[in-house]
Unconditional design. Structure first.
Length: 433
């Protein structure tokens, strides 16, 4: 009879399973030329000469157009796509989006003016966000866009302003639903939140609204952002449609739309996979059918930022120094945290993980890779703070001063979400190609 080994020894005796190192999702949606990354039809060194210097963000028009078109091709026809400008307010990109989506969501007066100047009709622009000031509300009413009211104070202010301006304000209510978007990078609903009006307060409020003084447009139910789990999104849609039906039943006037929010995420970190939309879309078709009587003549809007533009942008900086400190090799770039806060891990991440990065002028194919020596490096920016990380312990083709470091998945929450003046570094360039 074989003697049982003590537990510790048994564990030692077991052959070790190979450690699965999670990989980044495939980011080969960009072309390359002579091992150099191409955005639009320009190599990154050509783009440097075009914009004047590194660091820069480059956004690829064709990729944005493809993303929007393929999303539209799977979503039910009734769903209208709105672009949330906060994801990337680069003016040329916003102007480009006009021809690809049905409307814009803005989060400030400045974004509203940009949206209006892009040619998007005012009636397709909505303004969400807590803390809208008297000036914000006044400008929105004069412009004729729709306010997504986040509180009763905001509604009362808008009504009073409407009376004094002799313009009926367009108002929809941003709802804080009781449910949340599970497994979400950013939860924006459920429980106590500064966003929207709690759903349980709405039966009373909807009874009391002075409908003769406003154009009541509908409801905005935005539960969360950056979600890569189809099941969680499907569950959110089920709950959103059920809530929408209840709210429509409580509203004494005909409404124009229900904004069902967004939440579709993109893969940033090792181990994350792209969302597959088939089940989400099939479920939306089912819900549209199930609620067709309630929702007849009511537009259904999906509001997305990063899903539409995030994968189409890269952040490019140049290696200005390379050094070894106690056996760790550092690549020091001319760009970092001050332009790409989220890549540095300081934009809401609990544990920092690397975005996909590459040496942008050494994009050797996997076949050729073995011919090129790799090295393990830490990539940092020029700021005098340990927070300025571009990529930590990455294995990349051996590079040197003058080579380019590219951060992928950088088309959303990049330039505009970063402290560009921190340490008074040189300004950043952006280009849409
Ligand atoms: C109201 C609202 N709409 C849209 C978005 C865009 O989210 P995402 O870029 O993840 O699609 C956000 C993000 O915070 C939001 O708060």
């Amino acid at each position: 009879m074989t003697k049982l080994l003590p537990k510790k020894a048994q564990q030692k005796a077991l052959p070790k399973a190979p450690r699965q190192v999670p990989k980044h999702a495939d980011i080969s949606h960009f072309a390359s030329q002579n091992n150099e990354l191409v955005i639009g039809d320009k190599t990154i060194s050509q783009i440097e000469k075009l914009v004047g210097s590194t660091p820069y963000y480059a956004y690829d028009k064709a990729l944005i157009a493809n993303t929007v078109a393929s999303l539209k091709s799977v979503l039910p026809e009734k769903i209208q796509l709105h672009y949330a400008i906060k994801a990337n307010p680069y003016p040329s990109l916003v102007h480009f989006m006009v021809n690809h989506v049905s409307g814009f969501d803005v989060a400030s007066k400045k974004e509203m003016l940009l949206a209006l100047q892009s040619g998007m009709p005012a009636k397709e622009i909505s303004f969400a966000g807590p803390g809208k000031t008297h000036d914000d509300l006044q400008a929105a009413i004069i412009a004729g866009i729709t306010l997504h009211a986040e509180s009763t104070t905001e509604i009362n202010r808008a009504i009073a302003l409407g009376v004094s301006l002799a313009i009926k304000p367009n108002i929809a209510i941003r709802v804080n639903p009781a449910f949340e978007l599970k497994a979400s990078g950013m939860k924006m609903s459920g429980g106590s939140k500064p966003f929207g009006i709690d759903e349980e307060l709405l039966p009373e409020l909807l009874k009391e609204l002075p409908y003769d003084k406003i154009n009541f447009k509908g409801f905005h139910i935005f539960a969360g952002s950056q979600n890569l789990k189809a099941d969680a999104i499907i569950e959110m849609h089920e709950k959103t449609f059920m809530l929408a039906q209840q709210l429509v039943a409580l509203t004494p006037v005909k409404i124009a739309y229900i904004n069902i929010g967004g939440g579709l995420g993109i893969p940033y970190f090792p181990g994350e996979q792209r969302l597959t939309l088939d089940e989400i879309s099939a479920n939306l078709s089912k819900l549209l059918k199930q609620y067709q009587h309630t929702l007849a003549d009511i537009n259904i809007i999906m509001e997305l930022g990063r899903y539409l533009v995030g994968e189409a942008g890269v952040y490019v900086s140049k290696i200005v120094d390379k050094k070894v400190s106690r056996a760790t090799t550092y690549l020091i770039c001319d760009g970092g945290l001050h332009h790409h806060l989220s890549n540095s891990g300081n934009f809401g991440q609990v544990i920092r993980k690397n975005y996909p990065v590459a040496i942008g002028n050494k994009l050797v194919s996997t076949v050729d890779r073995k011919e090129l020596e790799n090295e393990l490096v830490n990539i940092v920016g020029p700021l005098c703070t340990p927070l300025d990380i571009v990529a930590d312990k990455v294995n990349l083709p051996k590079s040197d001063i003058g080579d380019y470091v590219v951060v992928y998945q950088s088309g959303a929450y990049g330039a505009s979400a970063s402290p560009k003046d921190f340490l008074s570094q040189p300004q950043l360039n952006e280009i849409l190609l």
